[in-house]
Write a protein that binds this ligand. Structure first.
Ligand SMILES: C[S@@+](CC[C@H](N)C(=O)[O-])C[C@H]1O[C@@H](n2cnc3c(N)ncnc32)[C@H](O)[C@@H]1O
Length: 476
């Protein structure tokens, strides 16, 4: 699919404005306290703030700006900016409808503007709301820096982001659906995704990831959550340093308590005593797949914050390639294929299961994060199992959903897994198999060929995440 990321993201939201609710849906009359600037000001109380602030809702979609205008009725103006014309038209109709249906509900005036946020040349704003947008832009760092430049010195930013690692299963599902040929243009996405999931085992975590997600109940929600044109959240350590570089200081978190940095203390008091910086604690929870709610941050301009700790350990692992029983076993970074043994009778390629490998990366990262404070990650994972346990469906039934939590797995078994093969290396291997051996991956049950990376993602969804993924080969 061609076009820049912004073009493709815009086209998606032209077809499916966010949120995926009826164009006639109005916010509740009672203002949302969470979106009131007073909430942010209780966290950063020393600010001298104007009586009638100017507010920017950046990447506003079709509803958020109206909710913000009601939560802050004294605002001079709410500037609602989005790439998508359809989203802004829907927002405008909603504002008109609200005026007729709920004429006495106080709300600030809203001005809509269609443009790319990178090109917005306005301000200063006393407050900026940036919710669920950063993961959809090509350079989140550049966008944060640009928006920070539009914020008044006393200003506040309310930021909502996707937690990258805690969405491991969502990402695995996105890859599985992509491998089955689905994308943001798929017709009848909800029905089609449901059909493609039926071929997976009943207990597959990919199935539960879809069926328990509230976004799965509408076509627009399914596209937004699972077939998005560009969904690439920053790791929390990177988000922390990007905020620091933009001169923004974290003043408070407002997501559900079990996804706040303080939750580390509920899980393990020793870890909480050793890791006190909120960003590092959030990184620990994210690497543990425990940020089940999107983090909600209030940030303020500030010069004096110490740089957050963001050092990451890069493990240098060597790749291996060998032929065993007519199967090419590959793991880790491939490097040159010149030394791959010639084997004219290859029948399959075997690689580490990418989902298992991703879980193993989380355990190794926890090993690194906790080794710095002299705590064993096995002890931390054991406290997660004890204090948090497996994922469950919402009450009243609270049925367990095995396999979604990191603590559902034995960390030793995960550490024994071989390092993953990157998609780019799978592409190179595919080209090599074709040019040297005339072989292509075969689509299970159909014989038709598909790319090696897609074949690996399909195979990874079928078996145990601890077992290698095998892709059969056929003559081209
Ligand atoms: C997931 S929706 C979130 C909408 C709203 N903030 C909310 O939380 O309800 C992401 C929105 O960001 C907009 N968007 C993405 N990239 C943008 C950019 N570079 N400039 C302006 N809007 C953008 C999209 O068009 C879309 O409406």
């Amino acid at each position: 699919m061609g076009g820049s990321i912004a073009d493709r993201v815009r086209a998606q939201y032209e077809r499916h404005p966010y949120p995926p609710v009826s164009a006639l849906a109005l916010p509740r009359r009672k203002p949302e306290a969470e979106l009131a600037l007073d909430t942010g000001l209780t966290l950063a109380p020393a600010r001298v703030f104007p009586e009638h602030p100017r507010i920017l809702v950046a990447g506003c979609g079709s509803l958020e700006a109206l909710v913000v205008a009601r939560a802050n009725p004294r605002a001079e103006r709410v500037v609602a900016v989005d790439l998508s014309e359809h989203s802004l038209q829907t927002l405008t109709r909603r504002i008109q409808l609200a005026r007729v249906v709920q004429p006495f509900t106080p709300q600030a005036p809203i001005e809509t503007r269609q443009c790319n946020l990178h090109a917005l040349n306005d301000g200063p704003f006393d407050a900026i709301f940036l919710s669920n947008v950063l993961q959809h832009v090509a350079s989140p760092e550049a966008l944060v820096a640009h928006l920070a430049g539009l914020l008044a010195p006393h200003g506040l930013m309310r930021l909502v982001v996707y937690p990258r690692e805690s969405r491991l299963w969502m990402r695995a599902l996105q890859r599985y659906l992509e491998a089955r040929g689905l994308d943001a243009h798929t017709q009848a996405p909800r029905r089609t995704v449901t059909r493609h999931l039926r071929v997976l085992p009943e207990t597959s975590p990919l199935r539960s990831t879809f069926f328990v997600n509230p976004e799965s109940s509408s076509d627009a929600g399914v596209v937004d959550a699972f077939l998005h044109e560009h969904d690439d959240p920053l790791p929390l350590a990177q988000l922390a340093s990007c905020m620091h570089r933009a001169g923004l200081v974290l003043v408070g978190e407002r997501q559900t308590p079990s996804s706040q940095s303080a939750f580390v203390g509920e899980v393990n008091a020793q870890v909480a005593a050793s890791i006190t910086d909120p960003w590092s604690r959030l990184e620990l929870l994210d690497e543990s797949l425990e940020l089940c709610a999107n983090p909600v941050f209030w940030l303020a301009r500030g010069e004096s914050a110490p740089a957050p700790h963001t050092a990451s350990t890069t493990r240098h692992v060597a790749g291996t390639v060998q032929v065993v029983d007519q199967a090419l076993h590959v793991s880790g970074p491939l490097g040159s294929l010149a030394n791959v043994p010639a084997a004219s009778t290859l029948t399959s390629v075997v690689v580490p299961n990418p989902i298992g490998a991703s879980l193993a990366c989380r355990v190794r990262r926890l090993d690194d994060l906790l080794a710095r404070v002299g705590i064993s990650s096995d002890a931390w994972i054991a406290s997660l199992a004890r204090e948090v346990g497996p994922r469950v469906t919402p009450p009243p039934h609270s049925r367990e959903l095995p396999g979604l939590a990191l603590s559902d797995y034995d960390p030793h078994a995960l550490r024994r897994l071989s390092p993953p093969v990157a998609d780019a290396d799978l592409d190179a291997l595919e080209a090599w198999l074709l040019s040297v051996h005339g072989l292509v991956p075969s689509r299970p049950g159909e014989g038709a060929s598909l790319s090696l990376r897609h074949a690996v993602h399909l195979a990874s969804a079928q078996g145990s995440v601890l077992a290698d993924s095998r892709v059969l080969l056929t003559r081209s």
